[in-house]
Ligand binder design. Structure first.
Ligand code: SF4
Ligand code: SF4
Length: 176
């Protein structure tokens, strides 16, 4: 009986193989395809190089708690923390990451750092073109991973911080 069962299993497997052979072939023409990704297509959940996120005021979400570094099985995250001051505020909390490096020679894109982060400061982006002949170029620095300042902050973030802190302008009263 086990022979018949095995033959049945093989037939089932081969039917999938032959079925797939009859499907049209889909080719992604990378790097000569259309669009900014040059034809590469990603699933939403694809884990590419990391992005360090900002909050709605443009401040860095990372508060230098080191939880991501502690969770990393490859020990490839290096952080140096510093205190925010009244004159220079980088994150919304007491501390910020003065230095935040990820060594992509060692990163295995497991996502543990993303799961460990209490402020959603680190996420996986869709960056994937990181191949290089120079291993030191695979140590990404904070400046390479920081998300751009939100569009509403403009280029003069000091001026716009004051705007945001002042709140939305009052609505005109009816009849005025
Ligand atoms: S994805 Fe995994 S290996 Fe890479 S930095 Fe995060 S925790 Fe470390
Ligand atoms: S990225 Fe998140 S977990 Fe890592 S130090 Fe910053 S706040 Fe902490």
């Amino acid at each position: 009986m086990s022979v018949i069962k095995n033959i049945g299993a093989i037939a089932k497997g081969m039917s999938i193989t032959f079925g797939e052979m009859l499907q049209p072939t889909t080719v992604e023409n990378y790097p000569d395809g259309p669009g900014p990704l040059k034809g590469a297509q990603f699933q939403e959940r694809f884990r590419g190089t990391h992005v360090l996120q900002r909050d709605e005021n443009g401040l860095e979400k990372c508060v230098a708690c080191f939880l991501c570094a502690a969770a990393c099985p490859s020990n490839c995250i290096y952080i140096e923390a510093a205190e925010n001051t009244a004159e220079q505020r980088i994150s919304g909390a007491e501390r910020y990451a003065k230095v935040y490096n990820i060594d992509y020679n060692r990163c295995i894109f497991c996502g543990y750092c993303v799961e460990a982060c209490p402020t959603d400061a680190i996420t996986h982006g869709h960056g994937f073109e990181s191949a290089t002949f120079n291993a030191s170029a695979l140590v990404y620095r904070k400046e390479q991973m920081l998300s751009p300042t939100p569009a509403h902050m403009g280029s003069n973030s000091v001026f716009n911080h004051a705007d945001v802190e002042a709140g939305a302008p009052a609505l005109p009263q009816a009849g005025s």
